[in-house]
Design a protein around this ligand. Structure first.
Ligand SMILES: N[C@@H](CC(=O)c1ccccc1NC=O)C(=O)O
Length: 259
């Protein structure tokens, strides 16, 4: 229930791309990031400890208002690849350094939200080219947001290490590149198999390693798209915290396209 001061006010904008108009309501942001908490229940992968958010200790005392300090002043220790929603660039897998903060320079994209049930292939669950072709039939988008099934709140706290999560096949990735998808967002820890001896076939295919490297392309992992967000076209606002690193925590936000 909203009180009289909190009356919802629409904020309608029209976006024009290639002579097409898209209407969105900027007051209705759909956040698809996972909050990062300094707790053991925080989502986790890649065999690291949980993230820490703890008061800085100065002269043996916690810098915390409830402990007599004038401010709260926490140190934060986390790993962007392991602990939540993050966006990475090709620098994740290259000898050369590429910074996500330097290579993600536009922040709005036409996106498609799709839902996929990865298919069983031997002991793995895989997003195949066939599944990818099916969900992208007749669609064109700069950014693709993949929600995998089953989709439960467990994705906010899962401990993924040694669980062999689903991943995307190399052929499916090549298909995305042929469709000119530049920004891929997914609700899993990786687009590759957890234990692949460093092959990273899908990461390499997406950034076109060995060919003309797609330095502008990004992969966002560990999103969470709740079920109330329906499949379809959206405007995506994708931004990262300005770390000069291959990857950084990010907060993707969707706006439903109204027309
Ligand atoms: N699958 C790789 C490991 C890997 O992908 C990885 C390892 C640590 C942190 C992030 C990783 N991949 C993220 O997409 C391997 O088995 O060597």
């Amino acid at each position: 229930m909203l009180n009289w001061r909190e009356k919802e006010i629409d904020l309608i904008a029209t976006i024009k791309q290639n002579s097409r108009n898209y209407r969105i309501d900027l007051s209705k942001a759909l956040d698809i990031s996972i909050p990062l908490r300094g707790k053991a229940s925080n989502v986790n992968a890649w065999y690291v400890d949980s993230p820490k958010i703890e008061p800085h200790i100065s002269d043996g005392r916690k810098v915390k208002v409830s402990e007599g300090a004038s401010v709260n002043f926490n140190n934060i220790e986390f790993n962007p690849h392991a602990h939540g929603t993050h966006t990475e660039c090709v620098g994740h897998i290259t000898k050369d350094f590429y910074s996500i903060n330097k290579h993600l320079k536009k922040f709005f994209f036409l996106a498609e939200v799709v839902t996929i049930a990865p298919e069983k292939k031997e002991n793995d669950f895989v997003i195949s080219k066939k599944l990818m072709e099916y969900v992208l039939e007749g669609k064109n988008c700069d950014a693709l947001v993949i929600r995998t099934l089953p989709n439960t709140k467990g994705k906010l706290t899962r401990q993924y290490s040694h669980t062999n999560p689903p991943y995307i096949s190399e052929e499916a990735m090549r298909f995305l590149v042929s469709k000119k998808v530049e920004h891929l967002l997914i609700d899993l820890p990786s687009v590759d198999k957890e234990k692949d001896n460093g092959t990273l076939a899908s990461h390499k295919a997406f950034w076109q390693i060995g060919g003309k490297i797609r330095t502008q392309a990004t992969i966002t992992e560990f999103i969470y798209v709740k079920n109330s967000i329906k499949d379809g076209p959206y405007l995506l606002n994708l931004q990262v915290a300005p770390f000069e690193n291959d990857a950084s925590p990010s907060r993707p936000v969707l706006y439903k396209i109204l027309n």
